[in-house]
Design a binder for this molecule. Structure first.
Ligand SMILES: NC(=O)c1ccc[n+]([C@@H]2O[C@H](COP(=O)([O-])OP(=O)(O)OC[C@H]3O[C@@H](n4cnc5c(N)ncnc54)[C@H](O)[C@@H]3O)[C@@H](O)[C@H]2O)c1
Length: 336
């Protein structure tokens, strides 16, 4: 296969900052075709990144030159667009969270199996340099077995990120977001813990609430803006997690992994993205790469991995089944 054309559904922030620039930079991508129900947005991105805008999503599905599609629509429509795209013969990179219910997610996984096409989900935390290094250290067992973990992901809230830069954002609406900060930020760290520990969270005790955010009418939002959770994995590891849209200082994207012979601090120190402290007092500081934040958009590597999986016909790094496992933990956090 030489070069491919790709389609993008949804032309908001994640497309502008990650999917479009990363497809544009990928040598295997020939043309990007943009679709959004708001055509001003699709036309603007076609102009900014090259490519063209189409008026209907069917134009993407029916175009044989389009091999792959990114589903960057809001959470409530992933199960529709991703399923239809798979069944029309396209490989799909779906944004997280996979879906707004387990039932819808199962239908998406069925569509993937039926179509034989690739389904990858954008759990980009796996790809960062410090997380990759941490994974390698855990697998080497240099620090022994993992015992416990603490993970956190919080920032000032999606109303500062979404293309609709206001309290009226869909991120605050129950029927469109479904899971609030749990499915927005929490799911990233759940996927990360599953990946790093080669394990799965199977037991959850959690609190969630809408503590501070208000909608466009000044009412508390319909979804949670904060979560704190105690977690247990299949292999018996114990951990805690906090996910927040109300961290009104700097973003917290940090994880600590405690092992039998020492511990790892990941993204605690902006200069040293991974710090290993051993039981006998040794401290090893790794300067890798600053994590992507809403203000620091570097390449995630996700688009390249998706295109590589298509070109080389390999399984994607984050499968639909992986995303289903994380979604189940989010549902448990929300008491579903
Ligand atoms: N992987 C990550 O780190 C990450 C970061 C941010 C957002 N996301 C995910 O990406 C998705 C999009 O988020 P965003 O931040 O770009 O949101 P956004 O509000 O900035 O943009 C969403 C876009 O989708 C379009 N859209 C929504 N429903 C549509 C429909 N039915 N038909 C056509 N167009 C439609 C909207 O018009 C809008 O332009 C969400 O699922 C979100 O959770 C992932």
């Amino acid at each position: 296969m030489e070069q491919i054309n790709v389609g993008i559904i949804g032309c908001g922030s994640i497309t502008k900052f990650r999917h479009a620039p990363e497809y544009k930079a990928n040598p295997y991508v020939n043309e990007i075709v943009f679709f959004d129900r708001n055509m001003e947005r699709s036309k603007a991105l076609a102009e900014e990144f090259g490519g063209r805008a189409v008026e209907t999503v069917e134009e993407l599905y029916n175009d044989p030159s389009i091999i792959a599609i990114s589903d960057c629509s809001s959470n409530d429509t992933h199960h529709i667009f991703t399923t239809d795209a798979l069944l029309s013969g396209k490989h799909v990179l779906c944004e997280k969270p996979l879906a707004v219910s387990i039932e819808y997610a199962e239908k998406m996984l069925d569509a993937q199996r039926k179509s034989g096409k690739k389904l990858m989900v954008d759990h980009n935390q796996r790809f960062t340099k410090a997380h990759q290094k941490a994974k390698q250290l855990i697998e080497s067992k240099e620090l022994g077995e993992v015992l416990t973990f603490k993970t956190s992901f919080g920032h000032q809230g999606p109303e500062h990120w979404s293309v609709n830069n206001s309290n009226a954002t869909w991120f605050f609406k129950k029927e469109r977001s479904h899971s609030g900060v749990a499915g927005d930020l929490g799911i990233h760290k759940i996927d990360l813990i599953h990946y790093l520990l080669d394990d799965e969270i199977v037991d959850v005790h959690a609190f969630h609430g809408a503590l501070d955010k208000v909608d466009e009418n000044g009412n508390p939002i319909e979804v949670c803006d904060n979560v704190v959770a105690a977690l247990k994995t299949k292999k018996g590891r114990l951990g805690t997690a906090s996910f927040s849209w109300t961290y009104y200082g700097s973003e917290d994207n940090s994880t600590k992994i405690y092992c039998q012979k020492g511990m790892m601090k990941i993204y605690h120190d902006p200069e040293n993205q991974l710090i290993v402290e051993t039981k006998d007092g040794e401290v090893i500081k790794y300067q890798l790469e600053a994590i992507q934040t809403n203000d620091n958009q570097t390449s995630t590597g996700v688009i390249d991995a998706f295109v590589d999986a298509i070109i080389n016909d390999t399984d994607p790094i984050v499968t639909g089944q992986d995303a289903m496992s994380s979604l189940k933990v989010v549902e448990a956090i929300l008491g579903k």
